[in-house]
Design a protein around this ligand. Structure first.
Ligand SMILES: C[S@@+](CC[C@H](N)C(=O)[O-])C[C@H]1O[C@@H](n2cnc3c(N)ncnc32)[C@H](O)[C@@H]1O
Length: 263
């Protein structure tokens, strides 16, 4: 992946959305970022689930269980899991509602969705999930059509976070709930040095040997450290119309669940 630098005078990025011009620690043209992110996930799709277990020591499963418990999906509801990838959140919602909710998985990357569909079939889930290719910044769904919106480990990959938050508010029904789970740069100070060393030195090596793509995991690690801290994201949610924003830190703030309401 080459370095693309854009003169400040030519950047379209509004200062309010500083991460748009960062691809991990590299400065890029915001117009190119979605394509670069798509390439990363196209490259890792086949190994994505194995790498998740390896990188987190299986913790991502517990974090996802916690997220879905908080979402508390109900039969009959429409649940939209954006950046849903290989369907981990959707499958948990499917089980919790005994297949009686309308569950939509939307992701920009068809390779991740294909891996998810194959996994759902392996788990014996042949219907009840709808897989849609789409961008979190321009969701292909009508206004006020969704009861619960979730995005797990996806928002840090989106070019214009504020636009994705506005889209979440647009598709949610009044009374609908928003959930975002992310890795956070705001880990407790005691864990920070170890955490940063792990992200920047260990993850890329795991990526190199297991997924055969060191650069992809270098990007993923860097993007974690670039994501807005908890209070900042909560303020941006409120501004986008996702009210009563609050968050819960998991495992010393390594992961965080943000919640908000569309009122
Ligand atoms: C780290 S994976 C998370 C997948 C899944 N949610 C999980 O928790 O295992 C991030 C996902 O975000 C998707 N993604 C990145 N940018 C996106 C965008 N702008 N809109 C929708 N999906 C996006 C990627 O294709 C990838 O599947």
């Amino acid at each position: 992946m080459g370095r693309i630098t854009v003169p400040a005078s030519k950047r379209k990025t509004p200062a309010a959305n500083p991460e748009a011009e960062w691809f991990g620690f590299r400065r890029v043209n915001p117009d190119e970022k979605a394509g670069l992110v798509r390439d990363v996930f196209a490259s890792v799709a086949g190994n994505y689930d194995v790498m998740n277990d390896l990188m987190s020591g299986g913790l991502h499963r517990l974090w996802k269980d916690t997220l879905v418990r908080k979402m508390n999906p109900k039969p009959g509801q429409t649940l939209l899991d954006v950046a849903g990838g290989t369907g981990d959140i959707a499958l948990r919602c499917y089980r919790r509602t005994a297949g009686r909710a309308n569950i939509i998985i939307c992701d920009i990357n068809p390779a991740m969705l294909a891996a998810g569909k194959a996994k759902a079939i392996d788990h014996g889930v042949m219907s009840g999930l709808t897989w849609v290719t789409g961008n979190a910044e321009a969701l292909p769904f009508p206004d006020r059509s969704v009861d619960t919106y979730s995005i797990a480990f996806g928002l840090r990959n989106v070019t214009h976070i504020d636009q994705a938050l506005r889209e979440a508010a647009r598709v949610l029904r009044p009374g609908g709930r928003f959930f975002c789970m992310e890795f956070s740069p705001g880990v407790t100070p005691a864990l920070k040095p170890l955490y940063e060393t792990y992200c920047l030195n260990v993850l890329p090596v795991l990526g190199q040997f297991v997924a055969k793509d060191r650069n992809a995991y270098q990007y993923l690690a860097e993007s974690i450290l670039k994501f807005p801290p908890q209070a900042q994201l909560a303020a941006r949610m409120e501004k986008a119309g996702l009210e009563r924003a609050k968050w819960t830190n998991l495992t010393g703030g390594i992961a965080v669940i943000h919640e908000g309401w569309r009122l």
